[in-house]
Design a protein around this ligand. Structure first.
Ligand SMILES: *Cc1c(COP(=O)(O)O)cnc(C)c1O
Length: 378
C-alpha cells in the first residue's frame, strides 16, 4: 500500500515561537515499543525523568516535580487551579500574550485579579509589582520568565523576593526558558512553575514539566475546598508522580516520556551553561546577519533580550504586495523555513524568530539569512 501524504510531512526548519526541531535521538526514542505505565522498567524511566527535571529547574528541594500530560497552557492552569480559592487576590504581571492568558486562567479560578501592565517589548517594573503586592496582599503573584510574544526576559528574582516577603505564592512561567537558560527555582523562591517540551527542550509538544514547592504542596493538601479540576489536582497526581506507591491516576503518555527522557539526557550531556551560551551566540548572530536587510530588534535594552526568541521590527522593504504574511508563506513553501508573525499589538509589525534547543545554531541563522536574501533582493 502506498504511504499517505499525511504520514510524510515536508522537511521544515522550525524557527517560530515553538515547536522547534526535534533531535533524531528523540524521534528514535519515541519509536520504541510501549511499556505499561506501571511496569517497573517504565517507572525507572519516570524516576530518571523527574530527577533530571528537578536538576534543570534548579528545584532539588521542591516537593513535587513531574511531566504533566498536556501542553504548557495546562501547566499554567494547574498552578492557578491548585493555589487559588474563589475570592483570593492574585497579582499578575502582564507584558505580553502569556501574561494575559494567566489573568484569564486566574479569573476562571474565581480569583480577584490585579494586573500590572508593561508595554509590549518592555520588562515588568519590579516597583509597580511591589506596590500592587503591598496594596492587595495577594495569595499569589504570577509572571512569565521569558515572554515569547515579545522576546523579553522579565526580572524574576526581584519580584519573587517581594512576593515572598509578603507571604504570597510565586508562580513562574518557564515555558521558553527551561532548557535555554539556567533556572534556580529554589534559590529564587518560586512556589510553582511550569514549562513545555516543544521549545528549548526540542521535544514534541504534549508535556508540561511542572514543579511545586513544599509550601505550595502543603497548601494544596490542606485546602478544604477540593481543587476544581480533578485531572490537574497535584495532591492526586502525587499518588503516581510522588514516587512511593505509584498508583494509577491516569495513563502516563509512555512514548512522550521516552522522548522527554532522551531530550533531557541530551541537555545534560551538553550542560545547561554551554547550552545557554549557544543560545546567546545564535541570537547575536541572527541580529548581526539580518541587520543589513533592515531588520531591527524590538527590544532595545540588550540585557532584556531573550536569546531563544528574537523579535525583529520589519524593514520597509516588506510592505504592500510583498507583505509580511506573504513573505512568511514564501519562506515556508519555497525554503522550508517557518518563522512567527507578531501577536496582538505587534501583528504585522514584527517577526518572532525562535532559535530554540537544537535550532540555536549558526547553520540555522545562515539558512534563514540566505533565504531572506533571495526573497528580498532578487
Ligand atoms: C508556548 C507558550 C505557552 C503555551 O504553551 P502551549 O504548549 O502552547 O500550551 C505558555 N507560555 C509561554 C511563555 C509560551 O511561550
Amino acid at each position: 500500500m502506498k504511504k499517505s501524504q499525511a504520514s510524510r510531512p515536508p522537511a521544515r526548519l522550525l524557527l517560530g515561537p515553538g515547536p522547534s526541531n526535534v533531535h533524531p535521538r528523540v524521534l528514535e526514542a519515541m519509536a520504541q515499543p510501549l511499556l505499561g505505565h506501571l511496569d517497573p522498567a517504565f517507572l525507572a524511566l519516570m524516576d530518571e525523568t523527574q530527577q533530571r527535571l528537578r536538576r534543570l529547574f534548579g528545584a532539588e528541594n521542591h516537593a513535587l516535580t513531574l511531566p504533566l500530560s498536556a501542553t504548557g497552557s495546562a501547566g499554567m492552569e494547574a498552578c492557578f487551579a491548585n493555589l487559588l480559592l474563589p475570592g483570593d487576590a492574585a497579582v499578575v504581571g502582564v507584558a505580553g500574550v502569556f501574561g494575559e492568558r494567566m489573568c484569564e486562567v486566574a479569573r476562571r479560578c474565581g480569583a480577584d485579579v490585579t494586573r500590572v501592565d508593561a508595554e509590549w517589548g518592555d520588562a515588568l517594573s519590579a516597583a509597580a509589582m511591589g506596590s500592587a503586592i503591598a496594596r492587595v496582599q495577594p495569595r499569589l503573584v504570577a509572571l512569565v520568565h521569558a515572554e515569547t510574544s515579545t522576546g523579553v526576559l522579565q526580572p524574576v528574582e526581584e519580584i519573587a523576593a517581594t512576593a515572598n516577603a509578603a507571604g504570597a505564592f510565586t508562580v513562574l512561567d518557564c515555558v521558553t526558558s527551561l532548557g535555554g537558560m539556567p533556572l534556580r527555582l529554589d534559590a529564587w523562591g518560586i512556589d510553582a512553575a511550569y514549562s513545555a517540551t516543544q521549545k528549548c527542550l526540542s521535544c514534541p509538544p504534549g508535556l508540561s514539566p511542572l514543579s511545586f514547592s513544599p509550601r505550595a504542596m502543603a497548601f494544596v493538601r490542606e485546602r478544604r475546598r477540593p481543587v476544581q479540576s480533578w485531572y490537574l489536582d497535584v495532591s492526586l497526581l502525587a499518588g503516581y508522580y510522588g514516587g512511593e506507591a505509584r498508583r494509577y491516576h491516569h495513563t502516563a503518555p509512555v512514548s512522550a516520556i521516552y522522548a522527554l527522557a532522551e531530550g533531557l539526557r541530551i541537555v545534560e550531556e551538553e550542560g545547561i551553561e554551554a547550552r545557554a551560551a549557544r543560545h546567546r551566540q545564535a541570537a547575536d548572530a541572527l541580529l548581526e546577519s539580518l541587520a543589513p536587510l533592515g531588520f531591527e530588534p524590538l527590544v532595545s535594552e540588550v540585557a532584556l533580550r531573550l536569546p531563544p526568541l528574537t523579535t525583529l521590527r520589519l524593514p520597509r522593504l516588506i510592505s504592500g504586495a510583498n507583505n509580511e504574511a506573504q513573505l512568511r508563506a514564501r519562506l515556508l513553501h519555497e525554503h522550508g523555513i517557518e518563522v512567527g508573525g507578531g501577536l496582538g499589538a505587534l501583528e504585522g509589525k514584527v517577526w518572532r524568530i525562535g532559535l530554540m534547543g537544537e535550532n540555536a545554531r549558526l547553520e540555522a541563522v545562515e539558512r534563514l539569512e540566505a533565504a531572506l536574501h533571495t526573497l528580498l533582493t532578487s
